[in-house]
Design a binder for this molecule. Structure first.
Ligand SMILES: [Zn+2]
Length: 456
């Protein structure tokens, strides 16, 4: 391992140049105009895998290809690590406020500025370079390695989800590591051990057959906007909990030990939360802390509300319908379909006979949580300690990352979210950047991780 670390240090400049080559490819997955560049990035990654001594295959899908590679030379008795990443990026345009061309990497004070620098090209590339460093110096790896690098993470990721459902066993491994996240500061590396699930829906309230004159019919028909507001207002109790029968039935309760871990983890202080949100005061289930409410409790949120006329001036109309969109964030062991059915039933129960309601399912993803006491977790802790230089904290993520649940549930392995970026790297925004020191620390941590897993 020492030879590999030495090799990585000696090759640092070349590794950076290779990363810059990848950053120059505008692999924006959401915009069809960039499809040739997405393809080009897939081929570039496959080429890199071959160069470092790993097999490489470009798997076509209905949209953007999946790049898959493996090195199984450690044999059937050795552990296998699956490394996930994504080579596609969010859109970026100079006009969005970038100081430099987002696809022309610029290094300033040891920091590279480019779209994808942190999310996720700079992060997943650390694992390729770690494998290269070990293979080139030892001629072998302490574990088998599989690479799964997709091209649709920033635009739905449906192709990979479908592929995992159908061919998931190709990716079977003892542990999956994903570096596509961030930490609050370089001395607080963060392992995310839980992501929330999601189920999205819409409520449409139908009233009169057409829009009506509010003077001629107001006071005689139940206005759909008002009826919808009345329904929505009843979906939470005054204490902030969700008023949907059965909603909390499958929620795994928080243990005292976990509450302590969340309190000492990399979450928000109240001041940081206030500064970030700009909200006048916090709201929600007061018996849970803000960080518990964000990561460990399910929520029901409304994300859109429309009806009638909201343009300039006034239009005196009772609209024929009103619509709201919303989503519930779920924690283990909640099921999106079951939750949707519960919400639908409650909305229908709350709907007055003066209107007709329609509740439609829109999208979903499963929640996932990995036991922090799983031995693979310890491998990641040791890797951070020796490679990064600091012990990690554990965090529950409020957002959803369906690939974690897909791999966890369909392939059956613990998924470790081990981020090598900073919260302040400007992911998805203008001037996304990545400290090259973190890129190199990431490579060292990955080298340590592969050896740590071999000891499990
Ligand atoms: Zn990402």
């Amino acid at each position: 391992m020492q030879q590999a670390l030495k090799y990585a240090a000696e090759q640092a400049t070349r590794f950076e140049q290779e990363l810059f080559d990848l950053l120059k490819i505008p692999s924006v997955s959401t915009d069809p105009a960039y499809a040739p560049h997405v393809q080009q990035a897939a081929e570039w990654v496959a080429g890199q895998l071959k160069v470092i001594g790993v097999t490489a295959e470009i798997i076509p899908t209905g949209r953007h290809p999946i790049v898959y590679g493996e090195w199984m030379g450690a044999g059937p008795n050795a552990k296998t690590v699956l490394i996930y990443g994504h080579y596609d990026v969010q859109p970026a345009d100079k006009a969005d406020g970038w100081s430099t061309d987002p696809f022309e990497p610029v290094v300033k004070d040891g920091v590279v500025y480019a779209r994808g620098a942190t999310d996720d090209k700079g992060q997943f590339f650390t694992h390729l370079k770690a494998v290269e460093a070990i293979l080139k110096t030892e001629g072998t790896l302490p574990v088998n390695v599989k690479f799964l690098i997709e091209g649709e993470e920033e635009s739905g990721g449906e192709s990979l989800a479908q592929y995992v459902r159908e061919h998931g066993q190709r990716f079977a491994a003892d542990v999956c590591i994903i570096s596509d996240g961030s930490m609050p500061s370089v001395d607080t590396p963060t392992i995310v051990y839980s992501v929330r699930g999601i189920v999205g829906f819409e409520i449409i309230v139908h009233g009169p057959a057409t829009d009506l004159h509010s003077g001629m019919f107001g006071g005689t028909v139940h206005n759909p906007i008002q009826a919808l507001a009345e329904i929505i207002a009843q979906l939470h109790h005054p204490d902030g909990s969700v008023n949907v029968p059965g909603f909390y039935d499958d929620v795994v309760p928080l243990s005292e030990a976990e509450r302590q871990m969340i309190a000492s983890g990399g979450g928000y202080t109240f001041e940081q939360w206030q500064q970030t949100t700009g909200a006048p005061a916090d709201w929600g289930e007061k018996q849970y802390t803000i960080n518990e409410r964000i990561g460990a409790r399910p929520t029901l949120e409304f994300t859109g509300f429309a009806g009638g006329y909201a343009g300039q001036g006034l239009k005196n109309v009772i609209p024929a319908r009103a619509i709201a969109k919303g989503s519930a964030r779920l924690v283990a062991n909640q099921d999106p379909q079951k939750t949707f059915d519960q919400i639908k039933a409650q909305v229908e129960r709350l709907a007055p006979p003066t209107v007709r309601v329609e509740v439609n399912y829109l999208a979903s993803g499963l929640p996932a949580a990995v036991d922090v006491n799983h031995p693979a977790m310890q491998a990641a802790v040791n890797a951070y300690q020796h490679g990064w230089g600091y012990a990690p904290v554990f965090k529950r993520e409020g957002g959803s990352l369906p690939i974690v649940a897909d791999l966890n549930n369909h392939v059956g392995m613990p998924v470790l979210l081990v981020g090598y970026g900073l919260d302040t790297d400007g992911i998805h925004g203008p001037n996304e950047h990545y400290a090259l020191s973190m890129f190199h620390k990431g490579i060292e941590t990955s080298i340590h991780f592969l050896y740590e897993v071999s000891k499990l």
